[in-house]
Write a protein that binds this ligand. Structure first.
Ligand code: OAD
Length: 250
């Protein structure tokens, strides 16, 4: 812990790769593991383009349920610590696999969302028809009774998230690779590190010379590759690192 705090105290460029585990202490489930989302539902039924073609309203029901849960929770000390740390560095970015928007809610400014954002929609028929969060709210407010919202072009709207079998947005992936390659420290927080291409980012950072630090209460396939492993919940480890950086250890 002290070693990581020392590294962070002198680093200029820091990047974070986050996953579902960072939002656990806000009350959101992860995907894998005993209570994981993928234990109760089959991803193929709900999170693929084929599932949406088959039954768009079923897919929308599931995403509305997830929106309700995500909308009812607040950022936890892990998100809030990262937001407070950001201005201390010349460059700092959070590359997240999460679609919950909690990093931004906490105040993080440079957030690269690899898997999209549940609070935005885009057109299923014309993928170039994309909408911001504010536009999404306006569109949905104007069509409250619709089970499947529609694009002004007439196409069905889908959540602006990455589904199984779909590529990541190339520019977003490029930005993430650039961020982790430029970092001298990469904090990998709350991800099982099994879903690619996100899971390749720690290796990319390491090859480019970064110190890779895993923060996770459980072992993952990354644990053996990381330079330093901090075993514990992100909501406890990150605030403690901040205290150590300030010379205020508890
Ligand atoms: P997973 O559910 O695969 O992994 C969550 C990780 O969080 C596990 O390694 C847990 O040990 C860890 N964890 C649990 N509680 C924690 C805590 N309090 N603090 C820190 N870590 C904790 O979630 P992801 O790795 O995010 O993709 O999953 C990656 C992708 O798989 C998701 O983005 C999603 C999913 O399919 C798409 O939907 C495209």
């Amino acid at each position: 812990m002290r070693e990581v705090a020392r590294l962070l105290s002198t680093a200029r460029n820091v990047s974070v790769l986050s996953g579902a585990g960072i939002s656990v202490e806000s009350g959101l489930p992860t995907f894998r593991g005993a209570e994981g989302l993928w234990r109760n539902v089959r991803a193929e039924d709900l999170a693929t383009p084929e599932a949406f073609e088959r039954d768009p309203s079923l897919v929308w029901d599931w995403y509305r349920m997830r929106r309700e849960r995500m909308g009812a929770v607040a950022p936890n000390p892990a998100h809030l610590t990262l937001a407070r740390l950001e201005p201390r560095f010349e460059a700092f970015s959070v590359v997240t696999q999460n679609i919950d928007g909690l990093h931004q809610k906490a105040g993080s400014r440079r957030v690269i969302e690899l898997h999209g954002n549940i609070w935005r929609v885009r057109c299923f028929t014309h993928p170039a028809h994309r909408f911001s969060e504010a536009e999404t709210r306006a569109l949905e407010a104007g069509a409250q009774a619709e089970k499947v919202p529609h694009c002004p072009c007439g196409g069905a709207m889908r959540p602006d998230v990455v589904w199984f079998g779909e590529p990541l947005d190339p520019e977003t992936l490029e930005a993430a690779i650039y961020a982790v390659r430029a970092a001298t420290v990469l904090l990998v927080v709350g991800t099982s590190a099994v879903v690619y291409p996100a899971a390749a980012l720690p290796g990319t950072a390491r090859e480019a010379g970064a110190v890779v630090v895993e923060i996770n209460p459980q072992e993952t396939p990354l644990s053996g590759e990381a330079h330093i492993v901090l075993r514990g919940p992100a909501g406890a480890v990150l605030p403690e690192l901040e205290r150590l950086m300030d010379g205020r250890a508890t």
